[in-house]
Design a protein around this ligand. Structure first.
Ligand code: SF4
Length: 491
């Protein structure tokens, strides 16, 4: 039996109708009790993955130490007895949803992963998804590697073990040149904190400064929680090697490529209090609402967000349209893990456990509901029923992203293509299926304008990854093609 604290499946995630970011990564060097900083950082990144978390630290006296647990950061990494086992001035951590690894709970799939090499140990934490992991794993197993997890990220450790380079950063460069797909990696040796972004920079990674130390984080909101100053983003294709005494060394191990950052980070994944590309995520989302109102006007009495992710876009929509904004749906902030083993009756309450309608506000009104996305459409249908049950005269859905018609292979948990509502239905069919008076999505160009591209999307050379909307994948998903996935042109 492992040291896993088994985490009961969250009953409220059942049928959850959102795309899920898969991971958050965080690392600190040059501060006393670095693991405590990492725990706080991971807590701020919890929205990027709630299934499990792990921290590895290094201390000259006790060597590498690690703790990996299922459940929320606050439920594990706040215990003094656990944190005392993670001493040292250098630590990295990871929170995970579950991507390429096993969907069933297995502590061996929880990162950071650790490898012992001839020149010392190294731990790595990976956000993203390796699109050629199956092929790499087959090759590595044939050549004698013994895998311990089902995670794609473990390939990096085995590739590093096979490299002939003399130091760990150079071995990591070697390994990552073989890897395709999306990766933002935070790694550590006994003395170095290392951060790398894939050549397209699909997933985020930022650099911060705290006291005499340095920080790497998926998002800036996790710098704020430890009082760190935001320094800059790690560039696409950049590797930084950071030591407490020498500071930051920047290396460019990959062939230069045009950046294709995930546009969905702006729409939904990142926290609204984070900064991406020198833009406030909140302000971008508000601007999406402005564009949405311009593109899809409708006569109504009230603009309501589907909380919490639809809120900034609803504020922008209301401001642009002149229609009053109101909290027509209220989220129960405390439902979390209250009911560990719900009865069937409670389970069937589904969305109502999370969201409740503010009946007094919406009764008799024509209501515009602003949500960030429609994935399967199951939640949208239930929300519509709740709004109509509460006496709304009309329900109009306005969606702050284009129709999600393609799965993501770059580190976001998406249903198979046929389960995506927009993959099988036109916009009108979706409207009828959801049973609403109107349903409109922001256009791809509108979304690009909202994230700061005044001319919209450059069709010949898109500025972002938008594959889940456009079907144009910036990195060929080799493993999925092998499994029979059909790209857009091949349909
Ligand atoms: S496919 Fe969508 S969710 Fe995935 S990286 Fe691209 S834009 Fe982001």
């Amino acid at each position: 039996m492992s040291d896993a604290t088994f985490f009961p499946a969250n009953p409220f995630d059942a049928g959850d109708d959102k795309l899920h970011e898969e991971c958050g990564v965080f690392g600190v060097v040059g501060v006393t009790d670095a693991a405590n900083f990492v725990a706080l950082g991971l807590h701020a990144l919890q929205h990027r993955g709630q299934e499990a978390g792990g921290i590895v630290s290094y201390d000259p006296e006790t060597g590498f130490n690690s703790a990996r647990r299922f459940g929320y950061v606050r439920d594990n990494f706040t215990r003094q007895s656990l944190m005392d086992t993670l001493p040292g001035q250098l630590a990295i951590g990871h929170v995970r949803y579950s991507t390429a690894g096993s969907k069933s709970a297995a502590i061996r799939d929880v990162q950071p992963f650790f490898g012992e090499f001839s020149m010392g140990g190294a731990a790595i934490a990976h956000n993203g998804n390796i699109t050629n992991a199956d092929a790499l794993r087959r090759e590595l197993i044939e050549r004698g590697s013994i895998f311990q997890s089902s995670s794609d990220s473990e390939c990096i450790i085995h590739l590093m073990a096979r490299s002939l380079q003399r130091d760990i950063p150079a071995r990591m460069e070697d390994a990552l040149r073989r890897v395709e797909g999306a990766f933002s990696v935070v790694a550590m040796t006994r003395t170095k904190l290392i951060g790398v972004r894939d050549p397209l920079g699909v997933r985020p990674l930022v650099l911060g400064k705290v006291a005499d130390g340095w920080v790497l984080s998926s998002e800036t909101c996790a710098l704020d929680i430890i009082g760190a100053e935001y320094v800059r983003e790690i560039d696409p294709g950049e590797m930084v090697v950071i030591t407490a005494d020498k500071g930051v060394e920047s290396i460019r191990p990959f062939r230069p490529a045009k950046s294709r950052f995930c546009i969905f980070e702006h729409v939904y994944f990142s926290r609204p209090d984070s900064i991406i590309g020198n833009r406030s995520v909140y302000e971008t989302r508000r601007q999406i609402g402005v564009e949405l109102a311009r593109e899809t006007p409708v006569e109504a009495d009230l603009v309501c967000p589907v909380p919490d992710s639809g809120t900034p876009a609803a504020i922008g929509f209301a401001a642009e349209s002149g229609i009053p904004y109101g909290m027509g749906i209220v989220r129960n902030q405390y439902m979390g893990r209250t009911f560990i083993e719900p009865t069937e009756q409670i389970r069937n309450m589904g969305v109502r456990l999370k969201l409740n309608v503010n009946r007094a506000l919406i009764q008799g009104k024509k209501v515009i509901l602003v949500d960030d996305s429609v994935v399967r459409g199951t939640t949208s249908r239930k929300i519509k029923e709740m709004i109509l049950d509460a006496g709304a005269a009309e329900v109009h859905f306005r969606i702050a992203s284009p129709p999600t018609a393609w799965p993501c292979f770059y580190g976001v948990d998406t249903p198979q293509r046929e389960k995506l509502l927009a993959a099988t239905m036109s916009e009108d069919e979706m409207r009828d299926h959801l049973g609403v008076d109107s349903l409109k999505f922001i256009s791809l160009d509108g979304l690009y304008r909202a994230v700061g591209e005044a001319e919209g999307r450059n069709a010949k050379c898109p500025q972002y990854c938008d594959a889940c909307f456009s079907g144009e994948y910036p990195v060929e998903p080799a493993d999925m093609l092998q499994k029979g996935f059909k790209m857009k042109a091949a349909e």
